[in-house]
Design a binder for this molecule. Structure first.
Ligand SMILES: NC(=O)c1ccc[n+]([C@@H]2O[C@H](COP(=O)([O-])OP(=O)(O)OC[C@H]3O[C@@H](n4cnc5c(N)ncnc54)[C@H](O)[C@@H]3O)[C@@H](O)[C@H]2O)c1
Ligand SMILES: [Zn+2]
Length: 353
């Protein structure tokens, strides 16, 4: 299999344009303008190139914003052979990917991620989606499809403008990948180096993306083992949903970091994950993410967790880790009932609030 980032972004983009009728670039207006100019330059040629910018962030992942983009596509005369190029973080690639897969039943898609999180995670694996706003608040990624992009390009120079907090968020997903592949270089790196150095992280992006791609390739439509990528995410999605209702400022990566801490504690308690590794990772994650968080009540968490797509019959499915010395893959069908979860979560809140 070819590795995710084996072709330069310039070459891959140029190749993807061949045979298209036009190019539509959806970009994040928070980016330095020169990034969009660089991308536009690569698209120059005989085809019309249209750009549309939106300020990235979770708030744009809605059906209403998707509709605005459909209308813009109609305005510029886009057809089924228009290439959609998304330049931005995970919110732009999720939203743009969703629009690309549904507009006129599907446009070809190129993703050019600009956050660390999108480079190692959101842009990989063909999932896209928007959130659904219901009375109780926003439900994460409830509407979405699978669309494998034609090309995903990496330019780590674009990370230079990314705020430190967002670097830490992406780092949390890299830590998740290192827990899913304990033989990875990043896993070894974390063993000796717990500082977050952008230069070092840049060098490890392709490997981290590869870990995700490999898991996706084994189960592209998430009928089984792909669910291991949800490690830490049952809790993370609930934290994010409640935070958004309460107008608290929490990034996806911060929520994931706390979800990983919870998953590590439960992995030791229920599956015998080594205490030494649990403690080592938990200390590193809490220090690395450097973002205290409000842990809401078990009642609130449970209510949101039940709405997750993966759950059935009033139970919640979660992912936990077997010991590192075992060859068992992560347990992707750990089941919580309300009482057990409440007890564990109450202890966790006491310890970390
Ligand atoms: N589809 C998937 O498989 C998948 C996987 C993981 C996460 N996600 C989704 O990804 C989203 C989170 O992604 P994210 O963390 O990239 O969020 P984001 O897109 O909101 O980007 C974070 C912030 O950084 C800004 N930004 C982006 N690139 C920048 C740059 N180079 N310089 C300066 N500022 C920049 C954005 O405007 C935003 O304010 C969530 O919605 C999550 O659900 C999807
Ligand atoms: Zn994630």
């Amino acid at each position: 299999m070819k590795s995710v980032y084996s072709t330069t972004w310039e070459k891959g983009l140029k190749r993807s344009i061949q045979g298209r009728t036009s190019v539509f670039i959806l970009s994040d207006s928070n980016l330095p303008y020169k990034y969009l100019e660089e991308v536009e330059r690569q698209c120059e040629g005989d085809l019309p190139v249209y750009s549309f910018s939106l300020e990235g962030g979770e708030k744009i992942k809605t059906l209403e914003v998707a509709e605005t983009i459909y209308k813009e596509l109609i305005n510029v005369g886009a057809d089924r052979k228009t290439l959609m190029v998304c330049l931005g973080g995970g919110t732009i690639t999720d939203l743009g990917g969703y629009v690309a897969s549904t507009f006129k039943r599907g446009l070809e898609l190129v993703l050019l991620p600009t956050t660390l999180l999108a480079m190692v995670d959101a842009a990989i694996g063909g999932k896209n989606g928007v959130n659904l706003n219901i009375e109780k608040g926003g439900l994460k990624n409830q509407i979405g499809t699978f669309l494998e992009p034609k090309f995903i390009g990496l330019n780590t120079d674009w990370l230079e403008s990314l705020p430190d907090r967002e670097i830490r968020s992406g780092w949390a997903e890299m830590v998740k990948h290192s827990l899913l592949d304990s033989h990875s270089e990043f896993s070894k790196y974390l063993y000796v180096n717990q500082n977050i150095e952008l230069g070092d992280l840049k060098a490890m992006i392709p490997e981290s993306a590869e870990i995700k791609q490999k898991i996706v390739n084994e189960d592209p439509l998430e009928t089984g083992s792909r669910a291991s990528l949800n490690l830490g995410h049952t809790i993370a999605h609930a934290i994010e949903a409640i935070a958004s209702n309460e107008c608290e400022d929490v990034t996806h990566g911060e929520a994931v970091a706390w979800g990983l801490v919870f998953a590590l504690e439960c992995s030791t308690e229920f599956l015998g994950f080594e205490e030494e590794w649990r403690d080592r990772y938990i200390e590193m994650i809490i220090e690395g993410i450097n973002a205290p968080i409000t842990l809401h009540s078990a009642e609130q968490m449970w209510e949101v967790m039940l709405t997750d797509k993966k759950n059935q019959f009033n139970n919640v499915t979660d992912v936990l880790l077997h010991p590192r010395t075992s060859t068992n893959p992560p347990k992707v069908d750990f089941i919580w009932n309300k009482n057990e979860f409440t007890k564990k979560w109450d202890d966790f809140r006491k310890k970390h609030s």
